[in-house]
Design a protein around this ligand. Structure first.
Ligand SMILES: Nc1ncnc2c1ncn2[C@@H]1O[C@H](COP(=O)(O)OP(=O)(O)OP(=O)(O)O)[C@@H](O)[C@H]1O
Length: 373
């Protein structure tokens, strides 16, 4: 199998290494299938998957997650803002309603998370209360105050009534998101086995989803730095542009720029490459580009136009669903690829009127009225 992302000379792995994620086949100019191709999972990577709506980004992310589930020594964690990765649970994976500990979000970030100015009265009170509560909860980093205990501490704080009321209301909002729990399992539990874990963030408000992604990205990074997890985590983020726009941004940037050294991989899929920071493309060693048409998104590809690629990448993008151009830093090449079919069901794609209960009922009624037709 041809393996993208693998530097044979540097890591000594060869093409028979089991740490390979099957991706699909090379796509010949005449549209026929060429040799089988995979992605290296022996070493950590940063990758981006681009493509306009419906071109197969989420599907490709699912193909990679499925493949990683078969690789010994790694653990895929999928951030699923649209609730389309439930199919991964059918092969031993699990879909979780994510909860994280309040202490997983640094005190300095809480004002921003709840839309408060950190230099204003309520913002600075919240910052101080969280910092004090985390310190009081314990120095082992595992204990966390609950949102309820933070609210109580605010009531007791030496601050004007109006300020305390504002902070309590904002904490009530955070509680209503349902993603904070002082007794939440540690982030390391997500990678305790090699089966895919899907964090179902569908219906979760954007700020809350950002908090979860921050806690998970940072938690996995810290756990690898301190040696508390053995497996190499792969964080796969769908609709990634949304997370670079909030409190998750610094944690994702850390993975992009420093994640590979401790062994954490990041794969970001987005329909809006132009909404990702430049560092997402410049730090990625693999780029998978499905069809793109919007000017700024096509321009974002220019960042990947490394000197080893002659010519215009945008002009080389394949047009069919599930087809992509893969730019590989390790081999310094770009190839058109047809992504293989999923083994587990994919939940994406636009809803079809014909698949609704209403359509099924109408069809049944018509057949009853006209049994011969
Ligand atoms: N490699 C593939 N092989 C077969 N079918 C595919 C492949 N890739 C995508 N498809 C089909 O195309 C549909 C759309 O793909 P997908 O949901 O991944 O699009 P998307 O680019 O993520 O869109 P969105 O931005 O709406 O999430 C899928 O439901 C699937 O039926």
């Amino acid at each position: 199998m041809n393996v993208l992302g693998r530097d044979h000379v540097a890591d000594g792995a060869d093409n028979r290494s089991p740490a390979t994620v099957p991706l699909g086949t090379f796509l010949a100019r005449d549209g026929s299938d060429g040799a089988v191709v995979g992605i290296d999972a022996d070493t950590p990577h940063a990758a981006v998957i681009f493509g306009k709506r419906g071109t197969g980004k989420s599907y490709t992310l699912g193909v990679i997650a499925e493949g990683l589930a078969d690789v010994p020594g790694v653990a895929p964690v999928v951030v699923d803002p649209m609730g389309v990765f439930g199919g991964l649970a059918e092969t031993g994976g699990r879909m979780l309603d994510p909860v994280v500990r309040p202490a997983a979000i640094p005190a300095a970030v809480w004002p921003d998370l709840l839309g408060l100015d950190p230099t204003g009265g309520p913002g600075s009170l919240l910052w101080r209360i969280v910092a004090d509560a985390v310190e009081a909860a314990g120095s082992d980093g595992d204990a966390s105050p609950s949102i309820e205990s933070l609210r109580w501490a605010v009531s007791e704080a030496d601050a004007p009534d109006r300020t305390r009321r504002a902070v309590r209301n904002h904490l009530r909002l955070a509680e209503s998101w349902g993603v904070f729990d002082a007794a939440a399992p540690p982030v390391t539990s997500l990678v305790a086995s090699g089966d895919p874990t899907v964090l179902d963030l569908s219906g979760v408000p954007e700020a809350a989803a950002g908090a979860v992604v921050r806690a998970v990205a940072r938690g996995l990074y810290d756990a690898r730095v301190t040696g508390t997890v053995d497996r190499l985590p792969w964080l796969l983020v769908d609709e990634a542009h949304a997370f670079f726009d909030g409190v998750a941004d610094p944690a994702l940037r850390t993975l992009l720029t420093r994640g590979r050294a401790p062994g954490v991989s990041l794969v970001c899929a987005t329909q809006r490459p132009s909404a990702l920071p430049g560092v997402a493309v410049s730090q990625s060693d693999l780029l998978v580009a499905h069809r793109l048409t919007a000017g700024p998104d096509v321009d974002a590809l220019a960042t990947a136009e490394a000197t080893y690629l002659a010519g215009d990448l945008a002009a080389r993008l394949p047009t069919g669903t599930g087809e992509a151009l893969v730019v590989d830093d390790a081999s310094e090449t770009a190839h058109a690829v047809r992504v293989r079919e999923r083994r587990t069901p994919h939940g994406g794609g636009d809803p079809r009127a014909g698949d609704t209960e209403a359509a099924r009922a109408e069809r049944a009624t018509r057949t009853e009225r006209n049994p011969g037709r």
